[in-house]
Design a protein around this ligand. Sequence first.
Ligand code: 3SL
Length: 246
Amino acid sequence: MKLFVYHTPEETPSHEVPECAIAVDVLRATSTIATVLAAGGEAVQVFSDLDKLMEVSEQWQPNKRLRAGERGGGKVPGFELGNSPLDCTPEIVEGKRLFISTTNGTRTLQRIQDAKTVLAAALINRASVVRYLVDKQPETVWIVGSGWEGSYSLEDTVCAGAIAHSLCQEMNAPMEKIAGNDEVVSAIALYTSWEDNLLGLMHHASHGQRLLRLNCLEDLKYCSQTDVLDVLPMQQEPGVLKRHAE
Ligand code: 3SL
């Protein structure tokens, strides 16, 4: 297995697809997706465009759908939900399809949607992602951070490092054997420097600070936990993620 980390979707090679591509948007899209599926949501369907989301979700039974929209960290007016994973309780999401559009995370999922296997990872479901990789041994794996509007974000890179670090441990393999690019090594270094204080790192992250200004401290606390959800969101058809049954 060769693992590549890309900090943003824009950095991924445009003329290749890996066997397995993993989208990461710790704050907060992939944390929300994992939470919805762990809470019994039927599926999560992602859109970069809000009008397209409205058009497609209109064709779904109203009592079986939820619309979630985020722009600039805030909820899109007229949508039932924003992008807080804490709003996605079983009472709200069970049996429903979440139609979601966010600034960066849903764009990442669309960018990698042609890979043979597409997963969504966050710190909260890191162990489920690592277990899948160890079990299936895909030849090429990309971990793609969402960043913020084309630039690097600490929280996505630390999650990439958390996955890569655990993968080396579980496979009992040295980093050099797995790392396909230098970004893997630096992501692992970031993770090992902060693994005992991931919430502290979120406070340094520019998007963490943006969310704190929007009074989202509880979201930061939730999203900085590691391995608390046993759920693997996997793409079933382009843009549609469901819980993978092992
Ligand atoms: O950029 C995104 O996709 C969002 O996750 C941003 S936010 O955390 O909802 O503000």
